[in-house]
Ligand binder design. Sequence first.
Ligand SMILES: [Zn+2]
Ligand SMILES: [Zn+2]
Length: 481
Amino acid sequence: MNKNINIIFLAIDALRAKKLSCYGYKRNISSNIDNLAKKGILFEDAYSCINHTDPSFTTIFSGKYPLSHGIINHGPRVTDIEVKTFNERKIKLLPEILKENGYKTLAIDWLWRWHKRGYDYYSGAKPQLSLHGFLKQQFRKFPFLRKLIRQSMVDKLQEKVFKGVSKAYEDARYVTDHAIKVIKENSGEKIFLFLHYWDTHAPYLPPKEYIDNYGRTKKRIEELFRYFTSTRFKEEFELFEKSVLEYKSAIISSYDGEISFIDYEIGRLIDFLQTQGIMNNTMIILTSDHGESLIEHGIYLDHIGLYDETIHVPLILTHPELPEDKHIQGFVQHFDIVPTILEILGIESNISFDGKSALSLINGSQLHSAIYAEEAQYQRKRTIRTKNWKYIHLLSHKDEICRRCGRIHGAREELYDLIKDPKEVNNIIEKEPEIAVTLKKRLDNWIEKYNYQEPTIETTADTYKEDMDKVEDRLKGLGYI
Ligand SMILES: [Zn+2]
Ligand SMILES: [Zn+2]
């Protein structure tokens, strides 16, 4: 295959696969992504290896399982030990490999820290103005202010001056505009361009034209996300839950509205590539780092848990020399993406990936008989999912209570019959103990090879403190801290 091909990597954060028409969603909110799928290969059974952003992108771009690259938590919960492990293992990321192979590497992303490695150009999406962010800066400069200004005052001011909740990052329009600019500036180069769309991540506040009953819906969503970003989230959880259940349709329509918005912006990008003749010489990969649970399983507007809403992700690949309009069944996981890209490009590498090239899946063979995934950050769980079954278990009983909401999600061990119960609501662990034992054994065998020690000390990694400051304000806005 042509080795001089551009690569555009579209990541849509927190996009659940089943929310796209090409993955079976009944509402038509993704016509441009559906059309993109018609131009290439759609992997029906693609899964994330972990449920949070930092470790998931590290897997996506390293071809390694989280226990193998060492990053399992997200944002400020990433520990020094995790970063140390990641560095000591000398994990190489896709942009670094591609740069060595003549690519101009470009990214529009805001994760920074180790994620920016290997890029010739790395542009964080600009932060939105927020009172919390502004005050944080002031507190850093003038620590005595912290004593004078109480959290309740900050909340009141945020409400009055900034009219409540706002997006903590630039939107899809900005990402596409910026992408077009960057592509123009690099014409004549062989490019790898990573675009990180964020709008499907909480808070879901799409522009007016992407949502019905805009005023009413927006008001409800803002009310929900005020809880979400509150420092008293755990204490107010019952009130939050009550509102979530009451505003169910507003949640669905605003999340769907964000998908329509991103879809429109991806359509605009693809139109540009087509009119410029770039599409004929470009491979496009589209995926999400993890899905999203809107109201399912008692997990609201978040990606906690290892249920399919959270780990089943879209994966679409287009390439001028690969088949068009092809739906492929069979398990594929994020750690397979790098080996697949390298095989397509004919790049030899001595890295031992945990994933495998999915080209064999395209050609009809099975890639994996099961998928494996980790949950970190707010609770520590692990799963094995086969075609028929899903087994999930809690790693340590001290982690039983979710650190985010103070509730217990699921049970210490869960087993679901995915044929009879695809929504994973009836835990049949008591009824089918033998199946659970067999699956647990497979899961333990899979994990054993990583020789992984659970980190015990939790401190933010000093090495990345400086970059962390840049993302901290936005993490606050997203409800992580
Ligand atoms: Zn994410
Ligand atoms: Zn929780």
